[in-house]
Design a protein around this ligand. Structure first.
Ligand code: ZN
Length: 702
């Protein structure tokens, strides 16, 4: 691992933050260096601090500990990501016998010296007690490989040298902070300290020294690991395992089945669904196909910080049968075994410790799947990706740890303390339970005004949306507006052609690889031609049928195997048209093909009810879109309609507004709201048509 401290970059940071002391700016700089190296820390892991003397508003000097906020990501940390705490007071806590979680939290809050919105790291006291100006802490992979060995203490001493102290594992908080301080008092020359089964701390009087020490010792650990595994066979390939066919198709099938099997009712009765992330680097695939795979899954986390993301153990799926039913059986059986083991672990720990805790959900987060690498689950897409990254590093490190000697991860008792520690759970934040939380929506015609409006409303209601279209550049435009509004993880795009069944099937596979599956399907792509029957050319009529009717058919048909594998129901909301009930002259190609799509959707409602999938239709009228995202349909037919009626664009909008009962313009977000209504299962409706047209009597459903 390279020491990437750079004088010029450090100066840039000092200049970038002129309002804070330069030592603090350098603290931000090296914190980011740690955060940018995934072999050191991952997603909010690790923590850093600096101790400064500052003057308060009445001119008195105060000693302040600036400590990373709990759960803040070091890779992108800003000065606001640090909490300022009264250092003089924190040091007094050394005299306190014990401190409950609640009391520690209270004291931290009382003695804060700034208004930063973040909570001080759970390791604040350890940072406070050490006298060094800079303290850094990581869960470096290579250090974890060594600390999880049977004779971890001896190995660490041998590998890292005499200026590194080693402490046995103990839970973060006051006792660990005290133990670290007394270790320091015994030998004030130490440059770093390793806590077995946890990680490494380095310290120094300036930012560069503390950073450089971390890199130095991690490199020593790495060299020791390399030496230890040299010439050894890391993994033994399992014999007789059948190849799993095309990888993306297999990942999609397994992801859909896993996602369905792990969906469960929460205490409030709502169905909690997971998002799925996939990692399939060649070493993970190799691990998944090895004799050691089951052992890797069963041995537990290398540092307890990870347990809230990945749970302690993983599930191994040792082969992928060709038939979906057989696959489901294997996955369900493995999940049941996992859940039972989790219940046993929970009840055993609660009983032994004599504590009262509410059991967290017993579902696994990580699956190591033969031939496919790993699948990770999370209640948000971000959580799934974090779990995947952590598991990827953990599996790699465990393979090395096994090859080094005997890997002995933490006892369940310690893991439980960490998993059920209130301060640790806080890091996960409150997962919003908005209406469509956990759901994945697929919208065709995603580059147009209605697609945009539907996506906007679905994301606002909690879903992750995948927009599909054949028009890649418009699709990107819509995506970037939504990503700016809601965040990059809420919207994905995929180029596909609704007239081509294989293209849609491929899109569903791709979405399942990226996200895990599909819950809400919105066939929305549509085209129109303005021509009386006399002038309507067959090829134009056929094209309207291909997009409007066959497109709807293809999307519904391709969704069925996905819904079947998931087994958790879902919603299809077909965007139909006012013209189905109230057609207009010269609009035959559009009206007839939409009527066909409407009818096939009703048939789908009849056939898919047994899967728990509801199919409903929305009949909008005259949705123009806005300047940002226009309606492709109106771009096409608008000029002709204006000419026919002798109106300009605004005049045409007025015309449509005035022809409905409510004298109102219909916006794409109105259609979006109607989709959310159906998709959120608020009433048991299927096969229904909802007009969103301001009220047009001739188009009333009948
Ligand atoms: Zn830690």
């Amino acid at each position: 691992m390279e020491n990437v401290f750079n004088e010029n970059a450090a100066k840039d940071f000092v200049e970038r933050y002129p309002d804070i002391p330069y030592e603090f700016a350098l603290r931000v700089y090296t914190s980011r260096l740690f955060g940018s190296e995934p072999d050191l820390v991952l997603h909010g892991g690790g923590n850093t601090s600096v101790k400064l003397k500052t003057k308060n508003i009445v001119g008195e000097e105060e000693e302040v500990l600036y400590i990373k906020g709990s759960g803040v990501d070091l890779a992108s940390i800003e000065p606001e990501g640090f909490a300022a705490v009264d250092l003089t007071f924190l040091r007094k806590l050394r005299k306190v016998e014990s401190l409950s979680d609640k009391e520690m939290e209270t004291q931290m809050q009382i003695h804060r010296l700034g208004l930063s919105g973040v909570n001080p790291s759970v390791e604040s006291l350890l940072h406070a007690f050490l006298p060094h100006k800079y303290v850094d802490h990581t869960h470096a992979d290579k250090v974890l490989v060594l600390t999880n060995q049977r004779h971890g203490e001896d190995i660490i001493k041998k590998a890292l040298g005499s200026k590194v102290a080693v402490l046995p594992y103990s839970m973060s908080g006051l006792p660990l902070a005290k133990a670290v301080f007394s270790q320091y008092e015994k030998d004030t020359k130490i440059e770093a300290l390793v806590i077995l089964n946890h990680g490494i701390f380095s310290f120094g009087e300036d930012a560069e020294t503390s950073y450089a020490r971390m890199i130095k010792y991690v490199n020593r650990a790495e060299a020791f690991v390399q030496e230890g595994i040299r010439g050894k066979i890391l993994m033994t390939p399992r014999v007789g395992i059948a190849p799993c066919g095309e990888i993306s198709v297999s990942v999609a099938r397994v992801a859909q089945s896993v996602r369905g099997a792990c969906a469960h009712r929460a205490n409030d009765g709502s169905l909690r669904r997971f998002y799925v992330a996939n990692r399939n680097t060649s070493d993970l695939v190799k691990a998944s196909l090895s004799e050691e795979a089951r052992g890797l899954c069963g041995s537990g986390v290398l540092t307890p910080d990870h347990v809230i993301r990945t749970k302690n153990r993983m599930v191994h799926i040792d082969h992928i049968p060709e038939k979906d039913d057989d696959l489901k059986k294997i996955i369900t059986r493995e999940i049941e075994v996992f859940k039972q083991a989790y219940h046993d672990y929970f009840h055993c720990q609660v009983r032994e410790k004599g504590v009262d805790r509410e059991e967290l959900d017993p579902y696994p987060r990580i699956f190591l799947v033969a031939g496919l690498g790993l699948l990770a689950l999370g209640f948000t897409q971000k959580d799934a990706r974090i779990a995947a990254d952590i598991a990827e590093h953990a599996i790699r490190a465990k393979v090395q740890a096994d090859a080094m000697g005997e890997c002995v991860p933490l006892l369940d008792s310690h893991v439980f303390d960490m998993e059920y520690w209130s301060l640790q759970q806080k890091k996960l934040g409150k997962t919003s339970l908005s209406m469509l939380q956990g759901q994945i929506a697929f919208i065709t015609g995603g580059a147009g005004a209605i697609g945009f409006g539907i996506a906007d409303r679905l994301i606002a209601a909690g879903a992750v949306v995948v927009l599909s279209d054949i028009d890649q550049s418009r699709l990107e435009k819509v995506r970037s507006i939504l990503a700016n509004r809601y965040g990059e993880t809420k919207v994905e795009t995929i180029t596909s052609d609704v007239t081509d069944y294989q293209s849609i099937e491929g899109a569903f596979d791709e979405i399942s690889v990226r996200l895990g599956g599909i819950d809400i399907v919105v066939p929305n792509a549509g085209i129109a031609y303005v021509a009386k029957i006399e002038a309507l050319e067959q090829k134009n009529f056929e094209q309207a049928i291909a997009v409007n009717l066959m497109g709807t058919f293809n999307v519904i048909k391709a969704s069925i195997p996905v819904f079947k594998r998931q087994g958790t129901g879902g919603n299809i909301v077909a965007i139909s048209s006012k013209n189905v009930f109230d057609p207009g002259a010269a609009f035959g190609a559009y009206s007839a093909s939409k009527a066909g799509a409407h009818q096939i959707s009703k048939i789908a409602a009849l056939e898919m009810a047994e899967l728990g999938v509801r199919v409903n239709m929305i009949n909008p009228d005259a949705v123009f879109g806005d300047e940002e995202i226009s309606s492709k349909l109106w771009d096409l037919v608008g000029p002709d309609r204006m000419k026919a009626r002798g109106l300009d664009y605004e005049g045409l909008k007025d015309y449509y507004r005035n022809r409905n009962l409510l004298k109102t313009g219909v916006l794409s977000e109105h259609v979006g709201n109607a989709v959310v209504f159906f998709a959120s299962d608020q009433a048991p409706i299927t096969g229904a048509t909802l007009p969103v047209d301001g009220g047009i009597p001739a188009a009333f459903p009948r």
